[in-house]
Design a protein around this ligand. Structure first.
Ligand SMILES: Nc1ncnc2c1ncn2[C@@H]1O[C@H](COP(=O)(O)OP(=O)(O)O)[C@@H](O)[C@H]1O
Ligand SMILES: [Mg+2]
Length: 314
């Protein structure tokens, strides 16, 4: 659905996107991640033909983005970072106007707007002026706009930016539903959201791709991905050494002690659960435990690790 090769964008002396190549297959939901200034919006603007590239090639739905921008726009629903909305129009008027701009006929646009408003739960507020809407509703209007011409591909640039946790959850649910029928490329820095909705993640840093994989594989690659926290009463001197001898354990460290209860953090290989071995050890050694909790690395941990690694080699 998207094929990008050596795409580069330089702004007056500054390289925002540096020879990136990637593909997005039909039906995929791909998270496009990276710290602020990584080049995400620049890439998405190029792919939606709102910005020219300095070098490289790209096709969207089989159409060359430089030679055939009209066909590309017909296949793509784009929600930009800052949704430009006409504040003195009513929701349904605005969407109708946008649908006509995208080439839908009079009758067709009427039906398409009703459908987009239904999907984005806007039907009840259809006659409100856009200027009076909350941020959450404005984002939904932006999403409805992106959907209105029934594109094969949705490109969403931080669609949950500025929303409260409840609104984020609603938009996430909406995106998950849309993913059943559309291919989606979504930029965001809410990693929890990505972990739950995206089949694959592309991580961009200073204009370059640092990783492209499933969230699960990115977490698996993480060193010290697993950890267990244990609280033990008056630990004997050999506690740490015994823990470190267990298979799968990389290290154990005493964190703090409160009223005789020592908190120990045990680092393990990723995806390994050592709690049963610790329990057996505790029984054998007659340790008194009151906590044994496993902490699993998240996509956020993997992201931080990848970005820090990338920072080291410049
Ligand atoms: N119109 C512009 N002119 C000059 N530099 C820009 C322009 N737009 C973005 N940049 C720069 O390009 C880099 C990438 O920006 P952007 O694509 O917006 O990143 P992201 O969306 O990942 O936060 C940043 O360093 C930014 O300052
Ligand atoms: Mg951006």
């Amino acid at each position: 659905m998207i094929h990008v090769e050596h795409l580069t964008k330089r702004y007056a002396g500054r390289t925002a996107v540096d020879r990136i190549s990637f593909d997005v297959g039909r039906g995929e939901i791909v998270g496009f991640l990276g710290p602020n200034g990584a080049g995400k919006s620049t890439t998405l603007r190029i792919l939606t033909c709102f910005l020219s590239a300095t070098e490289g090639t790209a096709t969207v739905a089989g159409h060359d983005i430089f030679k055939d921008s009209i066909a590309v726009r017909r296949h793509v629903g784009y929600m930009p970072e800052n949704v430009p909305l006409y504040t003195d129009m009513r929701i349904h008027e605005y969407l109708r106007f946008r649908a006509r701009l995208k080439g839908l006929g009079w009758r067709e646009s009427r039906r398409a707007v009703e459908e987009a408003m239904d999907i984005c739960a806007l039907a009840d507020v259809r006659s409100k002026l856009i200027g009076t809407l909350s941020k959450g509703y404005r984002q939904r209007v932006g999403l409805a706009d992106a959907l209105v011409n029934k594109p094969d591909l949705l490109i969403l640039d931080e669609p949950t930016n500025g929303l409260d946790p409840n609104q984020i959850r609603q938009v996430r649910e909406l995106i998950r539903q849309l993913g059943e029928r559309h291919t989606i490329l979504i930029s965001t820095h809410i990693l929890h959201e990505v972990e739950m909705t995206c089949g694959r993640v592309i991580i961009l840093h200073r204009g370059r791709i640092k990783a492209s994989d499933t969230p699960k594989n990115l977490i698996r690659r993480l060193r010290d991905a697993g950890a267990v926290r244990m609280e033990i009463l008056d630990p004997p001197a050999d506690t740490i050494a015994l823990l470190e001898r267990l298979p799968g354990v990389k290290s154990a460290a005493h964190i703090e002690t409160r009223q005789g209860w020592a908190c120990v953090e045990i680092r393990t290989d990723s995806l390994v659960d050592v709690r049963e071995e610790i329990y057996n050890l505790a029984v054998a050694k007659r340790w008194k435990l009151r906590e044994l909790t496993r902490h699993q690395a998240s996509l956020e941990d993997a992201f931080v690790d990848i970005i820090q690694d990338a920072g080291k080699d410049g």
